[in-house]
Design a protein around this ligand. Sequence first.
Ligand code: M7G
Length: 299
Amino acid sequence: MDCNTLLNEFQIVKVLLVDTQTKSLVLLGKINSQDAIVTFEKTAFSASLENNAQFKLQDILESTKLINHNDIYFWSMGLLVQDLDAAPGTKVNLIYPATEKHIRKYETQKLHMVRETAEMYEQKVAPFVETQKGDRIQWVYNIIFKDKESESFVHNNTDPQNGFVLLPDMKWDQKTMNALYLVAIVRRTDISSVRDLNSSHIEYLEGILRKIKEATCEAFVMEEDELRVFVHYQPSYYHFHIHVVNVAHPGLGSGLNVGKAILLDDIIDNLKLCSDYYQRKTLTYHLGELHPLWEILKN
Ligand code: M7G
């Protein structure tokens, strides 16, 4: 079934999230009696408008309704001119069928800061990570082993040990350059997260970082210092991957929060200072109460 047909079948069950900062709405619903999640994110204005005074206001604004005015100040609500190709109003993501973990990830929930010591990792987190492989990362294996999404690969090195695929992240609309968001997925399958990295990986990581910057800058005509390259801890998916984002990206939800996002440059530097840094370090990050790890770590 194609995406449009699935969306037409979608029956809303619950609003999971309304985020005024990222201008997004997340709905839980049913398609053919299975759980599904639809996410709407309002789009940015086209970057082609920048440095371009060759358009009329009516090209982008259909009508307005005044809220109020005072002296020289006027504020209104407006209806934009929209077009599915040139000026779409929203980016729509669908997860179907959605698992319980997807639902818990998106639902509004109380957050807690967690200080994960090396002992907590060994005793509680590592066993949890082992339960998170298999089906949950099928989409990763589809990309690295079955060439899924290969039409949009920015870089693809097929070496099983050192190779990786760099491609647009599903968070990116593949148009708005300020919000450029790529993900680099490594081909080796023995690194679940930053906790598995040690000094033996320094050259490997340096090679990946160099190639990420080179390939991204060439493909999108950018400078290396315009890229924010980082990993997440905890990630949602335990197969090592790296986020590559335009430093000008205006809003990433919780994806850039201190603690959760760790710069790849800092990781490499830390490994140079101390070989088993990430086996010994207490890592501090936030977890939502609905995250399955919270159940395990809260006591
Ligand atoms: P993460 O740090 O594990 O999770 O990153 P989080 O950032 O979602 O908390 C995984 C990254 O992979 C995220 O940036 C996702 O948007 C992205 N991603 C997830 N899936 C299922 C896909 C996919 O199927 N294709 C692509 N291109 N990106 C995906």
